[in-house]
Design a protein around this ligand. Structure first.
Ligand code: ADP
Ligand code: MG
Length: 700
């Protein structure tokens, strides 16, 4: 049970004063996920991305031009827009002894301005100060205050990541209210370590993070952020340590098959397995036959053929009369796996079912019944497979596809669900050895180092977006020659709606040229429409698929041999590589066109030229690491990513190592977390939602 001291933090954000249903929805979009709405704790960990300096200048003459300036001035005169020029701005002149500033308001409400800026009164004004024809002016001041309310203006104002329907000031107010709710928590850090680092207490750290006193307080190396980053690492390392201990304790079960189904399947494959695939399959069977639990990582570049290895492993489980699951990170990928694997499974007489959040009603009940009775041998799905209410007759093996999309948390869930389930994790992201030790502990690794025979190299070209029309022409020729084309529109960080709008616009434009041959796929489409768009492309009914990065992970249409990536300069290397891996799968020569909008920065330029030079995923990952730091390789972009809320592995590597050692020692000394520190650490695990690990404490 979660310690009640944390209850205020796990209350919904809508319990904060002034957060109604509409704001609540915007917050959910920003901070919630499938399992929960935005909560107070999510606001606490939503750290400022920057800060605005609103310290007042002594006089107007001293106020900096071209930046945010704050000063006190007397209101001199209102100059409404002339009647005839309705769109001209409304101006208000303010001054002090050293100079004057014209405040400019478009589409102003004169009554409102008369109230907020009465002639003759003094006001504190803050906003971006500019020079225009030698005169100081400020368009739409961000703050106008009566000097008596000066206290309401923090000298350093935090700036937060936002979403549509959520203004900066509103967000700041809501976060401030959340910080008020943060209780004083028992210290879980090691006393000596805490003292040596001069860390503040958790509550003070949270306050400091959201009430910066200086600009440097919002930079990555602030001691307050480092403290919370350590907490986060400690929670995850403790959880991993507990899982590992549990795994060592719980003997697995040997799963031994007679090889019959595997032989049938192999004969049914339209190709012969590569040596690497055979070796990986042998490794996996070797593990499954042992009484210990398997924990194996199957690493192979995009297109190396990991899926069929998973199928053979699942067949081995079925030979022993036991069940398997294949878990994919997205709905589209789960569906595609199911569609691909079902006919093969059928040839071997195996029952395969799909289970995602979208299977509902009678269909869902039927699948659940089949899983419980053991009638279904293989379940393919999303994380919905591991939700409450899904019970298996005899689960032997869990395969997790495209690991980098899953967080530590999901891995824990996996460990907690099955009794002695063998786990095979598949990833296309080569993970440097040092990191993999920290993350996956003592995982065994199989590597598919060769691609299936007959693959042709992909020609990759970087083209300025000014040559868009030529690219459309080339796409037209490729389609006329029978090829299929992915046209990828980029991620828009700030707004999913803008992102979808860009894809829709491109879709409309290409449709004008190519008509009904063009399809559209993006994340905001209803699931059914996504399926239909994907199915039409797979069937060859559409020849050009305009999409957002939803196709990044795992989609497999061998006939697609051309990919256009718009704004390639906005993508990371790993992502470009993943995307490009969608082509070059069939027998035709493939082309990838990276459209960029110049001028390119040095990092973007380096990325594009690496993409042109090599298709080697390992080399690309190394370059990626070099260009962007370790965090990116694991898909843990920054704070706010699914894995790390506050910690930033690229900055906090030293803390990670310390947390790992601390966690090991702690568990050795206090295996059941019973000492006062152990009790405090339980609170920590709940705070960072690694509490699944606490169940393991009970089990062990
Ligand atoms: P990934 O490792 O990226 O998940 P997939 O499992 O999707 O790759 O396989 C990519 C493509 O290669 C699929 O179309 C698959 O059928 C095909 N494939 C897999 N193994 C072989 C092989 N040994 N020979 C030829 N094609 C293969
Ligand atoms: Mg795959």
């Amino acid at each position: 049970m979660r310690p009640s001291v944390l209850d205020p933090l796990f209350a919904a954000a809508t319990t904060l004063t002034g957060v109604g249903p509409k704001l609540g929805q915007a917050l959910d979009k920003l901070l919630g996920d499938e399992t929960h709405a935005a909560r107070v704790v999510d606001l606490l960990f939503h750290l400022p991305t920057g800060a605005v300096d609103r310290r007042p200048s002594p006089s107007i003459a001293d106020a900096p031009i071209g930046e945010i300036a704050t000063f006190s001035a007397r209101v001199v005169e209102h100059r409404p827009a002339p009647q005839a020029k309705a769109r001209a701005p409304y101006r208000v002149l303010v001054e002090d002894e050293t100079g004057d500033v014209t405040l400019i308001f478009f589409r102003a409400d004169p009554r409102h301005l008369a109230q907020s800026l009465p002639v003759g009164a003094y006001r504190i004004v803050s906003g971006k100060l500019e020079l225009w024809e030698g005169m100081r002016q400020m368009v739409h001041p961000e703050r106008i205050l009566d000097p008596q309310q000066a206290d309401a203006l923090p000298a350093i104002e935090p700036v937060y990541g936002l979403t549509e329907g959520l203004a900066g000031r509103t967000m700041a107010r809501i976060v401030a209210a959340a910080v008020e709710r943060c209780p004083d928590l028992p210290e879980w850090q090691d006393e000596a370590f805490h003292a040596r680092n001069d860390f503040p207490a958790f509550q003070s750290a949270v306050q400091a993070l959201h009430r910066p006193q200086a600009l440097k307080d919002v930079q990555g190396d602030s001691i307050a952020r480092r403290r919370v980053a350590y907490d986060e690492f400690l929670a995850s390392q403790l959880a991993l340590a507990l899982v590992r201990r549990q795994q060592k304790k719980s003997a697995g079960r040997a799963t031994t098959g007679d090889g019959g189904l595997r032989r049938t399947l192999e004969a049914a494959l339209p190709f012969s397995l590569t040596d690497g695939q055979r070796q990986a399959i042998a490794d996996i069977h070797g593990d499954m036959e042992k009484p210990e639990r398997m924990l194996r990582l199957l690493q192979g570049d995009v297109g190396s053929g990991k899926t069929v290895v998973a199928l053979m492993a699942m067949a081995a489980a079925a030979e022993a009369g036991r069940q398997s699951v294949l878990m994919a990170p997205t709905e589209i990928l789960a569906r595609q796996h199911a569609e691909r694997l079902a006919p093969l499974a059928a040839k071997a007489g195996l029952n395969l079912a799909l289970l995602t959040g979208r299977e509902k009603g009678a269909g869902r009940r039927q699948v659940l019944a089949g899983l419980a009775s053991g009638e279904i041998a293989i379940a393919v799905g999303t994380h919905a497979l591991f939700q409450e209410g899904v019970a298996f007759h005899d689960l032997a093996l869990a395969v997790v596809d495209e690991q980098h999309r899953f967080g530590v948390h999901q891995r824990l869930l996996l460990g907690a669900k099955g009794e002695a389930v063998d786990v095979l994790v598949m990833t296309a992201t080569p993970i440097p050895r040092t990191l993999s030790l920290t993350w996956f502990g003592d995982m065994d690794i199989s590597i598919l180092s060769e691609k299936p025979a007959g693959r042709k190299p992909i020609t990759t070209r970087a083209i300025s977006s000014e040559r868009h029309d030529e690219v459309v022409g080339a796409v037209g020729r490729a389609v006329a020659a029978g090829a299929q084309v992915y046209w990828v529109c980029p991620l828009v960080q700030e707004s999913e709606t803008l992102e979808v709008a860009a894809a829709e616009e491109r879709y409309e434009a290409l449709r004008e040229v190519f008509g009904a041959q063009v399809g559209l796929l993006h994340g905001q489409m209803p699931g059914r429409d996504k399926d239909a768009a994907m199915a039409a492309f797979v069937a060859g009914e559409t020849r050009i698929l305009v999409s957002t990065t939803v196709i990044e992970v795992g989609v497999d249409v061998p006939n697609a041999s051309v990919m256009v990536i718009e704004h390639a300069e906005r993508f990371g290397l790993a992502q470009l590589h993943q995307l490009r891996g969608r082509i070059g799968r069939g027998s035709a020569a493939s082309t990838c066109l990276l459209l960029y909008k110049g001028p390119l920065g040095p990092v973007a330029e380096a990325r594009l030229s690496i993409m042109r030079e090599t298709e080697d995923g390992f080399r690309i990952a190394e370059e990626d690491l070099r260009l962007r730091g370790e965090g990116e390789v694991l898909g843990t972009r920054q704070s706010g990513s699914p894995d790390w809320r506050v910690a930033r592995p690229e900055i906090d590597g030293d803390l990670l190592a310390a947390a790992r050692d601390d966690a090991r020692l702690l568990i050795e000394r206090d295996p059941h977390l019973e000492t006062p520190r152990g009790q405090a650490v339980r609170t920590l695990l709940y705070l960072f939602e690694r509490d699944v690990a606490i169940r393991l404490l009970r089990a062990g």
